[in-house]
Design a protein around this ligand. Structure first.
Ligand SMILES: *Cc1c(COP(=O)(O)O)cnc(C)c1O
Length: 391
């Protein structure tokens, strides 16, 4: 089973996403040392590109951490939380709850703002609990439910209060314009394998100057040595050894990020919106419907669709997997109730979803499904995408 190259596997999960061909190619490059001048030049380009991707102030510090998105999450709390700090965490899904868990482990008193499953956090609920808080933490796009939280509105409330704002940008940054400086976000992170279609193992982060100042005023050293902001700066800016970075992953990440910026963040956003609509319209006659009720609460990059009544979720997904198509179901209370279709990075192309429609037409006995998909693609002006890099 592991002999297959999986070059033709159709990965529709909400992360990891299909690797970008340019990233795959970059992985083939020969090894260089982590202290090599060429690697430092590469890192400088990555830092500049990340400033664009996150929309930071010109001097903001950006870097890659040697770990997945969760390490980006953990590094923020490790560096910016001190024992006894009041931290307000918006938790309307499993990644919000992960934030709360991490903040507590670094000694924070955690205040939770929640929302019913499938609904976004209300900015007024954040405003009501801001008193005495050192940081607000929010997940922009909750992968577990397909909900988009109103980060710009929450940021407007936090702005000017001296409270730091940490945003989990895992399902948004790189797939749509992100405005760290304009919104007033202090710390943001994502994972390489989500919107950028790079291999897993790197967490791109951005730290505002305000957050760096807060870090510099800590009473005690950051408990997580590996991701200490100063240690990162020693390597990324001063070019002194801190730890060995995964050079090959940096090559691949650089290629994927350049491809994303060449396409343009606005163009990527439009591609996701259009394809999401096409998929929803194609599947609706079979009984699939939006799980997230309010259109403004829907996360474009993770399409959460309620399944038709009577459809055997696990049987259908197993049959899809036998045809080399991976689809993710719900989590906890939504298991067996929804599918979460990934529209991040290279997953958001007509070709991989055509493969899904071909398989579903057969498995669900739904003649005309593929024809309807083609019509919807054409109506959305996405036909030119047939020549996608992915088959
Ligand atoms: C995937 C994900 C993470 C965690 O990333 P890993 O790379 O799995 O560690 C965090 N937040 C959100 C919203 C995610 O989708």
């Amino acid at each position: 089973m592991f002999e297959d190259t999986h070059d033709h596997h159709v990965l529709l999960t909400p992360g990891p996403t299909p690797i970008h061909p340019r990233a795959q190619q970059a992985l083939m490059r020969g090894m260089l040392g982590h202290m090599d001048p060429e690697v430092f030049a590469l890192n400088r380009e990555i830092q500049a590109d990340l400033r664009v991707m996150y929309g930071t102030e010109p001097e903001a510090f950006t870097a890659l951490l040697a770990g997945t998105g969760s390490l980006g999450m953990e590094a923020g709390f490790a560096n910016l939380v001190e024992k006894g700090d009041e931290i307000l965490v918006c938790a309307n899904g499993s990644f919000g709850r992960r934030m709360a868990e991490m903040a507590a482990r670094y000694g924070a008193h955690v205040r939770l703002v929640t929302a019913p499953l499938g609904e976004a956090i209300k900015p007024e609920d954040v405003a009501a609990h801001l008193d005495g808080v050192a940081m607000v933490a929010v997940v922009h796009g909750e992968t577990s439910t397909g909900v988009l939280n109103p980060v710009p509105e929450i940021a407007r409330l936090v702005r000017g209060s001296g409270v730091l704002l940490t945003v989990d940008a895992v399902t948004t940054a790189g797939m749509e314009p992100f405005h760290m400086q304009d919104w007033g976000v202090d710390y943001a992170y994502t994972g390489a394998q989500k919107c950028l279609s790079a291999p897993p193992g790197l967490a791109p982060i951005a730290i505002s100057e305000r957050a760096f100042a807060r870090y510099a005023a800590r009473r005690t050293p950051t408990p997580l040595w590996y991701c200490d902001f100063e240690g990162l700066r020693d390597y990324w800016v001063e070019h002194t050894y801190h730890h060995t970075i995964p050079v090959n992953l940096h090559y691949a990440f650089h290629a994927a990020l350049q491809a994303a910026l060449e396409e343009g963040l606005d163009a990527r956003k439009l591609r996701v919106q259009q394809l999401g609509q096409v998929i929803t319209r194609t599947l609706a006659p079979l009984g699939f419907s939006h799980y997230v009720r309010r259109p403004e609460d829907r996360l474009p990059t993770v399409l959460a669709l309620r399944l038709p009544t009577g459809m055997d979720d696990s049987a259908v997904r197993l049959a899809l997997r036998a045809r080399e198509i991976s689809v993710t179901g719900g989590l906890g209370p939504t298991a067996g109730v929804i599918w979460r279709l990934g529209l991040m990075g290279e997953a958001a192309r007509p070709a991989p979803y055509r493969a899904l429609m071909v398989a579903l037409q057969d498995l669900l006995g739904a003649p005309g499904l593929v024809a309807r998909y083609e019509e919807e693609l054409e109506a959305a002006g996405l036909v030119g995408e047939k020549q996608s890099v992915l088959v």
